[in-house]
Design a protein around this ligand. Structure first.
Ligand SMILES: *Cc1c(COP(=O)(O)O)cnc(C)c1O
Length: 509
């Protein structure tokens, strides 16, 4: 069985000793003087920092050891399977990191004159075209920094569209299915809309009856994930699009997880007007821990005039930044978005090509269905919403019976998986499945790794029936065991900086 390394590693601040050094570079003033002359001429006296920075002082090897030890007490997608449902944690090829870090690229400055950054503008412009092709949309904007940010842009575009039609006072509602990701209703609310929830039917799809009842002249639009968060493709998508369009609403596609449909189906062809995609899930950038990511948004021809500025345009010879868009909603983010992340997507798409992207979709769907079938055979687990129906990129199992029989919950199963050196799946989402275990294997794990996961799940469920205490108290083999989740996120105990940590310690918290 797996055993995680457990160093008793102190904070780097308490490891430092005054005067300890790694490299000793030439004195800053001397270097600066050599290059630019007197520093006082560059930075006015009153703006120069006089106080010490209070950074910990360590030798190079101390720094390397500290962070290597911390990394050994961690788990990442480079360590093994990371089956986070709805989060597409795939292995990201290192070549993309390499390309995004070439000096020709990472030495660029966003304030450079557009005449000197033609290369990067060409790359971004091409990426926009490729993402438009993949999603079947007319124009793509790369600015949003995350999926939720893309959703927010999408709902602002809905506002702009209805406002220009003179209907924004009437159209106050955005419809969201009960299986939606929590960011959907949040984005709708942030753009000032009221959220109307429609239930799923027994197939796990949007209930057409309920949708018809919810749609009215107050409808601004519908936000939908397809395949939905159960991993099931909305078979009535064309009818859904017709119902919403006939009522004068727009269709928003939550494309955070595009894995299942890459090169196979396009939201634009299904009738969607606005699409966001998560570069940091589908297109070659790792995520977690808060970023950085990118959530580009594609729109239909009719909505393109509302997109944020600047738009990158090509006049046949040179690329320009176009700010002259009378209907634009303004700016979403500084400059052009998270360019390094977008570059990785460019490299990812270029290296795979169209056939490669299709293969990503095929293998990720195959892997999800393989796991769904194998896991559903395990005593205690079921596959709600029809086990005969194919899943797309992910599957959602329920540990409801396991909990009823043994008291062991989805949370306990997830914690026990850590003892096997496997990352836990997403749990308790979507909300419509009791004791949900939401599993997305992606295309980047071999069959052996998937089998290891199935075997671990089988052993854990058996253990729940024979020796539940072990599962209830898991994990046992990790550097830290059960965290106090309330304490970890409570403002009274949270310490986000060394200064806060010291202050709280002085107060004996
Ligand atoms: C991850 C995700 C989002 C939000 O994306 P962020 O980049 O985390 O803001 C939205 N919808 C779905 C379905 C997702 O999986």
């Amino acid at each position: 069985m797996f055993k995680q390394v457990d160093w008793n590693e102190r904070l780097i601040f308490s490891l430092g000793r005054k005067g300890r050094r790694g490299h000793v570079p030439p004195k800053v003033e001397e270097r600066t003087k050599q290059i630019v002359g007197d520093v006082n001429l560059l930075i006015p006296e009153n703006m120069q920092r006089k106080s010490q920075l209070k950074l910990p002082e360590l030798s190079e090897v101390e720094v390397v050891r500290h962070f290597t030890r911390l990394s050994q007490m961690n788990y990442g997608v480079d360590s093994g399977l990371y089956p986070l449902g709805s989060c597409t944690m795939k292995y990201n090829p290192k070549i993309n990191e390499l390309l995004a870090n070439l000096p020709a690229i990472n030495m660029l400055h966003p304030y450079q004159d557009e005449g000197t950054v033609q290369g990067i503008l060409e790359i971004l412009c091409k990426l926009e075209r490729w993402l438009a092709e993949i999603t079947g949309t007319h124009e793509v904007c790369l600015q949003p920094a995350a999926g939720a940010h893309g959703e927010f842009l999408g709902t602002l575009l809905m506002r702009a569209y209805h406002k220009l039609k003179g209907e924004i006072e009437k159209r106050r509602e955005i419809i969201v299915p009960d299986s939606a990701h929590g960011t959907n209703p949040a984005s709708a609310a942030m753009a000032g809309f009221n959220v109307v929830v429609v239930p799923s039917d027994e197939d796990g799809c949007v209930s057409i009856e309920a949708l018809k009842a919810a749609v009215s002249r107050r409808t601004a639009g519908l936000m939908l994930t397809n395949p939905n968060t159960l991993g099931i493709f909305e078979k009535n998508i064309e009818e859904i699009a017709r119902i919403v369009h006939e009522a004068g609403g727009l269709l928003y596609y939550d494309g955070a997880n595009l894995n299942a449909i890459l090169g196979k189906a396009r939201p634009g062809d299904m009738g969607f007007d606005i699409v966001h995609m998560n570069i940091h899930k589908t297109f070659g950038t790792p995520h977690g821990g808060g970023g950085p990511g990118a959530g580009p948004v594609g729109v239909s021809e009719e909505l393109a005039k509302f997109l944020p500025v600047p738009r990158i345009v090509f006049d046949g010879e040179r690329y320009h930044l176009d700010y002259d868009r009378p209907h634009t909603i303004g700016k979403m983010r500084s400059f052009y978005g998270n360019v390094a992340v977008l570059l990785k997507a460019y490299a990812y798409i270029l290296s795979l090509g169209f056939e490669g992207l299709k293969e990503v979709a095929e293998v990720s769907v195959l892997n999800a269905n393989y796991l769904a079938k194998k896991l559903e055979e395990i005593k205690g687990l079921t596959l709600p919403y029809g086990s005969e129906k194919p899943r797309k990129h992910e599957c959602v199992l329920s540990a409801k019976h396991l909990k009823g029989d043994t008291g062991v919950s989805a949370l306990n199963v997830a914690k026990r998986l850590l003892d096997y050196g496997l990352h836990a799946p997403t749990i308790y989402f979507p909300l419509i499945v009791d004791e949900a275990l939401m599993i997305e294997p992606t295309e980047t794990f071999e069959k052996e790794e998937l089998d290891r996961f199935v075997e671990a799940m089988r052993e854990i469920c058996e253990e729940a029936y024979t020796n539940p205490e072990v599962v209830l108290k898991a994990p046992h083999n990790t550097a830290v065991s059960r965290l106090d989740e309330v304490k970890a996120s409570h403002p009274r105990t949270m310490a986000l900086s060394w200064r806060m940590y010291r202050k709280k310690n002085e107060q004996n918290l």
